[in-house]
Design a protein. Structure first.
Length: 241
């Protein structure tokens, strides 16, 4: 395996991990909404004055909602607050190569040598971008997955307490099935899609003076920030170290 392939493979691996983690979030969100709805239905059946069973239900229900809040917190932390890095678009990188070619021509290199230098420098830049952006995305994914793991743990505990809360309600239904309940919960999730286009940009021609050539600036990488509104914010980040 070439070292450049290693950088590229890990770059795309971390982007895949991000998508997998975001998709995995839909399951606990759906289960949590179902559990909350079920507990609220049980809560509506509690009447005053309270008897011993209803006091038990209120206590267990309070504990259940504490775990609901903890689960919601970790789901929130797993969903938002991450800045994922993407390398510049192919068109932008091509513009960079063209400008490098013009830069080396202005320095006095022959066309073949100037082209070879521009191509090699661009490939080195791409390898560097793959490595650095993959490292940032790797750290983000590890945090995201860890928060998701904690959310699933507390969600499991929440489910146990939700069942304990519902036991007297279920027995009451079995004993007196005069009323039936139909629960329909729809969990609709939207998968955010990110599209970054540069259709209106035109490839600039190398702008250098014969005596004072200026080396072109490296392309900027794309930063995608996930927020609670599920509308990722896209911005550009300089590659200058």
């Amino acid at each position: 395996m070439k070292l450049s392939d290693f950088y590229k493979d890990h770059y795309f691996l971390e982007l895949t991990r991000r998508e997998d983690a975001n998709n995995a979030l839909t399951i606990p969100f759906g289960v949590l909404s179902i559990l909350v709805g079920a507990v609220l239905i049980v809560a509506k059946e509690i009447d005053f004055p309270l008897d011993g069973i209803e006091v038990y239900q209120i206590i267990v229900m309070a504990i259940t909602f504490v775990f609901f809040l903890i689960t919601s917190y970790f789901l929130y932390k797993s969903w938002t607050g991450y800045e994922y890095l993407y390398i510049a678009s192919p068109k932008t990188i091509k513009e960079y190569t063209v400008n490098l070619f013009g830069y080396y021509l202005a320095l006095g290199d022959e066309q073949e040598i100037a082209k070879e230098k521009a191509d090699n420098e661009t490939l080195e830049f791409i390898d560097s971008e793959y490595a650095e952006t993959a490292d940032v995305n790797f750290s983000n994914n590890n945090k995201k997955v860890e928060y998701l793991r904690r959310a699933n743990t507390f969600l499991s505990v929440s489910a146990i307490f939700a069942v304990l809360t519902s036991v007297p309600f279920i027995f009451a239904l079995i004993k007196d099935p005069s009323e039936t309940y139909k629960i329909e919960i729809v969990n609709q999730s939207k998968e955010s899609k990110i599209m970054a286009t540069n259709n209106n940009q035109q490839i600039p021609t190398p702008s250098v003076q014969p005596n004072q050539p200026v080396k072109p600036e490296q392309p900027k990488r794309v930063v995608v920030t996930e927020d609670i509104n599920l509308r990722p914010e896209v911005k550009m980040q300089s590659t200058v170290k």
